[in-house]
Design a protein around this ligand. Structure first.
Ligand code: UDX
Length: 430
């Protein structure tokens, strides 16, 4: 079985290399010729641990290739994975433009029967729209099937997640296509759920929405714990030992970001509205998340009396460690707000770049931790990179003017920092 992956973004590249690792010959297609050229040379457009070695390995073995000609790409492959982006529209709904373009490309170029596998996160009912888009672009009636097979990859551990998944979800109206996908994944050892395309899509949205809600729950509770002098990390640990609750995704902080949680929560709320159902818990979870960085900023400001005219070092721009992705990163809200309040914002991240629209005389990125801390009245940790957690904070203190250390991820050892002369304040921690 030869496989085509349409879309060579985060999901597409990871899917392509994981399938190559499982022994299948894989081709990648993308309309972006420059991206394909780089990939063909073994250069990844994204940072993701382990992917570069795998790309090099499978390019050398001929297990992976990249094609820019849509006609060749579509006609030469039996199974086509849709891994294109579904960015949010202003109203929160998913923008299906790239899905539609890919479907029309398939319809226009298919010469024999195909199985289309939708990996992109798409709203309920999109599989039927894909069928119509393909049919209306076909020049002759050629049969095809569309199945939904959502991904559950986390940035920073995408390869591990793809090769050792917790579960595989296949949404299909027929047995044949589902069996073909099960054959593709037969070397993976995990439960496989075969259901309708609608339920498969909902499993993906519900999983992300539930995890996002769990984070907003602990973040909102951290506000009360902060008032009452209770350490939210102790509460999370105590709760998490109950196996019905579980300890994961209970880390309080400045909120969740990334390309999935904010977008998928909004998209599910939007789907609810379209069907006359208010998903109030999710609306509130999104609201808590939007206000969480601002809430923490206001709380920390009490120690400084005001951010205006102060020099603040922001540590971490990426929405989480081990990625250079800044999409919906809470650090961006913090940087923009500090600059708006008249602070001089110095920024550092081991990998991620401060977006151009935030670069100004008031927000400047520095290449080292020493430089970012230079002359700072306070430092705010926004992303829990190992570089910050294992930094020699005793030595670094000499670079700062003040001694406030605000830990937006509750990732640093507050007691150790206090003993080194810092005035430490985390999320619900003093
Ligand atoms: C998420 C899902 O985990 C994955 O299954 C899905 O396929 C895509 O979306 P990802 O966005 O890569 O993956 O990151 P994840 O590790 O889930 O973290 C998302 C955000 O939540 C980050 O900003 C992280 O800092 C934050 N987070 C996570 C918390 O604030 N507290 C936690 O306890 C866990």
């Amino acid at each position: 079985m030869s496989l085509l992956i349409m879309g060579t973004g985060y999901v597409g590249i990871t899917t392509a290399l994981a399938l190559a690792e499982l022994g299948w010959p894989v081709s990648g297609f993308d309309p972006d010729a420059r991206k394909l050229q780089l990939l063909s040379q073994g250069i990844l457009p994204i940072h993701e641990p382990g992917l570069d070695q795998l790309l090099e390995k499978h390019l050398q073995r001929g297990g992976v290739r990249f094609l820019g000609d849509p006609g060749q790409a579509v006609s030469a492959h039996k199974i086509i994975f849709l891994c294109v982006g579904t960015p949010p529209n202003p109203d929160g709904s998913a923008n299906l433009r790239y899905i539609r373009e890919a479907a029309e490309t398939i319809g226009a170029h298919m010469t024999d029967e195909k199985l289309i596998v939708v990996k992109s996160t798409v709203p309920v009912g999109t599989d039927e729209r894909i069928v119509r888009w393909i049919e209306t672009s076909q020049t002759a009636r050629i049969p095809f099937d569309v199945v939904v097979n959502p991904e559950f990859l986390r940035e920073g551990s995408a390869l591990e997640d793809a090769l050792h998944p917790d579960r595989i979800v296949i949404g299909s109206d027929g047995n044949g296509p589902a069996e073909m996908l099960m054959k593709l994944y037969e070397r993976l050892d995990c439960p496989i759920i075969v259901t309708t395309p609608e339920a498969a899509v909902m499993i993906k949205y519900a999983s992300n929405a539930f995890l996002a809600t769990k984070i907003s729950f602990i973040n909102e509770l951290s506000r009360l714990c902060g008032q009452l002098g209770i350490d939210i990390s102790d509460v999370a640990r105590g709760m998490g030992l109950d196996p019905r609750i579980g300890k994961l995704f209970l880390r309080a902080g400045i909120g969740y970001g990334g390309s999935c949680f904010p977008k998928d929560v909004d998209a599910l709320v939007h789907t609810g509205k379209m069907h006359g159902v208010d998903l109030t818990i999710l609306e509130r979870a999104a609201g808590v998340n939007r206000s969480q960085p601002l809430f923490q900023l206001a709380r920390w400001e009490q120690s400084l009396s005001s951010y205006t005219g102060k020099t603040i070092a922001v540590l971490g721009v990426a929405f989480k460690p081990d990625t250079d992705d800044v999409r919906e990163a809470p650090a961006l809200t913090i940087i923009a707000e500090l600059a708006a309040r008249g602070a001089n914002v110095r920024v550092h991240d081991p990998l991620a770049k401060l977006p151009v629209e935030l670069q100004s005389g008031q927000a400047v990125q520095y290449p080292t931790i020493e430089e970012v801390l230079h002359g700072a009245d306070a430092a705010i940790l926004c992303t829990e990179w190992a570089d910050y957690i294992h930094a020699d904070w005793g030595r670094l203190k000499a670079y700062m003017k003040g001694n406030f250390l605000f830990d937006g991820r509750n990732a640093l050892d507050g007691e150790a920092l206090s003993s080194r002369g810092y005035r430490y304040c985390g999320v619900s921690k003093h």
